[in-house]
Design a protein around this ligand. Structure first.
Ligand SMILES: NC(=O)c1ccc[n+]([C@@H]2O[C@H](COP(=O)([O-])OP(=O)(O)OC[C@H]3O[C@@H](n4cnc5c(N)ncnc54)[C@H](OP(=O)(O)O)[C@@H]3O)[C@@H](O)[C@H]2O)c1
Length: 267
């Protein structure tokens, strides 16, 4: 398993499994299949309304808990100190676990510092291991650091070939925060999977456009959490460590960067 070391000293897999839009039995089966095929990071969120199904998938796969890196996120209407405390206990119950490896504030809520205090307390109680944020711009992250006096482990943000968000990745790296990419395929927007450049570069390495898109982010030091419901694609998306994009290929793919979110974020 290829990993990055967080500022907590713990390792986080570079490729994880996203579960947005997976629900119920399909979600449980996908999570179990992903773990069986080698994923060791599962990403969920209170907002996805699938923590129960993710928990069922974890049990079904039979992989020892200590080998799994589990991420979940707290969102509105639990965007307060008390709401976050309750949400942490609910997440543990739903996921059927007694600790969460990475707990994120889903968006830059006004009460994020108070939410973080609840997370720090839960960490002291052994319920959470690493704490982080999601969708914080560099400016919002700096304000958050000032208010909390602590550097979070991760800032999960939109990043894909059409918006690799390298400025935010650099701002995070400067602070010792790992920027992790959500929607690393841009959900397939702009025909990413048949993009001519990605397909041609991929072909030269015996890889697909999807694998090339993930490799581009990884070579920029950005971990990824692609989602797929299909076992063949789970394998494909994990199989990105046996080739290297050249500097020229990285530069060519870098030209796809439109400098703007495809989802209307960070504006
Ligand atoms: N923090 C946040 O605010 C935030 C926001 C968005 C997402 N996320 C997290 O990031 C994860 C990933 O993002 P996402 O689910 O939005 O989108 P994504 O991973 O960019 O793309 C998923 C789409 O790509 C398809 N796909 C996956 N692998 C493929 C392959 N090898 N070839 C062709 N098609 C492929 C999937 O279809 P099939 O399932 O049919 O294969 C699905 O339609 C989420 O699941 C979630 O955990 C976090």
């Amino acid at each position: 398993m290829h990993t990055v070391t967080l500022n907590t000293g713990r390792a986080m897999p570079l490729v994880g499994f996203g579960t947005w839009a997976l629900r119920d039995e399909a979600c449980a089966e996908a999570v179990a299949a992903a773990l069986r095929c080698g994923y060791r990071l599962i990403d969920t969120a209170q907002m996805y309304r699938n923590e129960d199904a993710v928990g069922e998938g974890l049990r079904r796969a039979g992989v020892p808990r200590e080998q799994i890196f589990l991420t979940t996120k707290v969102c509105s209407p639990a965007d307060s100190y008390e709401g976050t405390r309750q949400q942490i206990d609910a997440a543990l119950r739903h996921l059927g676990t007694d600790y969460i490896d990475l707990f994120l504030i889903h968006e830059p809520y006004r009460d994020a510092p108070a939410m973080y205090r609840a997370m720090q307390e839960a960490r002291a109680e052994g319920k959470l291991r690493a704490l982080g944020i999601s969708n914080f711009s560099a400016r919002e992250m700096e304000a958050f650091l000032r208010e909390t006096g602590e550097v979070p482990a991760v800032n999960q943000a939109e990043a894909h070939v059409f918006y690799p968000h390298l400025d935010l990745a650099a701002a995070c790296a400067e602070r010792g925060v790992v920027m992790q990419a959500w929607s690393p395929f841009a959900e397939g927007r702009r025909h990413l999977f048949t993009n001519e450049l990605l397909s041609a570069i991929g072909r030269a390495h015996g890889k697909t456009a999807a694998q090339t898109a993930l490799r581009f982010l990884l070579q920029h030091g950005i971990p990824v959490i692609p989602k797929t419901a299909k076992p063949a694609r789970m394998k494909e998306n994990l199989d990105v460590f046996d080739f290297v994009l050249s500097a020229e290929e990285m530069a060519a793919i870098g030209k796809l960067d439109g400098g703007r979110s495809l989802f209307g974020w960070y504006e």
